[in-house]
Write a protein that binds this ligand. Structure first.
Ligand SMILES: Nc1nc2c(c(=O)[nH]1)N[C@H]1C(S)=C(S)[C@@H](COP(=O)(O)O)O[C@H]1N2
Ligand SMILES: [Mo]
Length: 201
């Protein structure tokens, strides 16, 4: 049943894939806080620091890692979901084979070009399903969707999927990222509707 031009109530067959409180989006909205940074693939770098040996990766380093296709559902905390988004990129687990992590690391902060940050536990980061994406529906990832490279963490709300990913800072205690410091939940699991929190501050 259509309830508007852009959003519809889930088809019964898709209901088991649509978390509570979400509507399906026909398009793929762009959700960005602030300006879209301009970063070319040639200039792009991903830096690792904190409780890991400092290292930095280029776009060609990423392309030299094993490449996979991923079809994943995408859930924004502002109540829209898009099912079956088709990406291509590199698994976090493959990427992490090239990172020398200190065993005391238990959390991380993701840093984007432009200053956006969001936190994760190491456990939520080191999952088979997580990946760095450079391709969306067969096309190079556009700047508005986070190109040249974004992180995708499919099991959490999409604000954890950092566009223009630029840094991974490994930590031994939880720090809060941009939205988490502004009242969003520290973890953001969509099936449990971990949207907002009063206990973060
Ligand atoms: N760097 C950065 N990453 C970001 C955001 C942002 O504002 N800046 N917004 C987040 C939010 S709230 C969502 S819903 C998704 C939206 O991704 P999209 O614009 O590709 O749909 O990106 C997430 N990653
Ligand atoms: Mo979002």
């Amino acid at each position: 049943m259509a309830i508007g031009k852009f959003f519809s109530k889930p088809d019964p067959s898709l209901q088991d894939r649509t978390p509570p409180g979400q509507h399906l989006s026909k398009g793929f909205p762009v959700l960005t806080y602030g300006e879209t940074p301009e970063v070319t693939a040639d200039a792009w770098q991903l830096k690792v620091w904190g409780l890991a040996k400092e290292v930095s990766f280029t776009f060609s380093d990423l392309m030299a890692m094993p490449q996979h296709d991923f079809t994943k559902d995408f859930h924004c905390v502002t109540h829209w979901s898009k099912l079956d988004v088709q990406w291509r990129g590199v698994r976090v687990m493959d990427f992490m084979k090239q990172v020398d992590l200190n065993p005391t690391a238990t959390y991380l902060m993701q840093h984007a070009y432009g200053g956006y940050t969001t936190n994760l536990t190491l456990e939520d980061f080191l999952k088979e399903d997580n990946f760095f994406a450079h391709t969306l529906f067969g096309e190079p990832l556009s700047a508005d969707h986070g190109g040249p490279v974004r992180l995708v963490i499919p099991h959490l709300y999409a604000w954890k999927s950092t566009k223009w990913i630029h840094g991974l800072e490994f930590l031994d205690r939880e720090e809060l990222g941009f939205w988490e410091s502004n009242g969003y939940h520290r973890r953001g699991e969509p099936w449990a509707q971990e949207r907002y929190s009063d206990s973060n501050r």
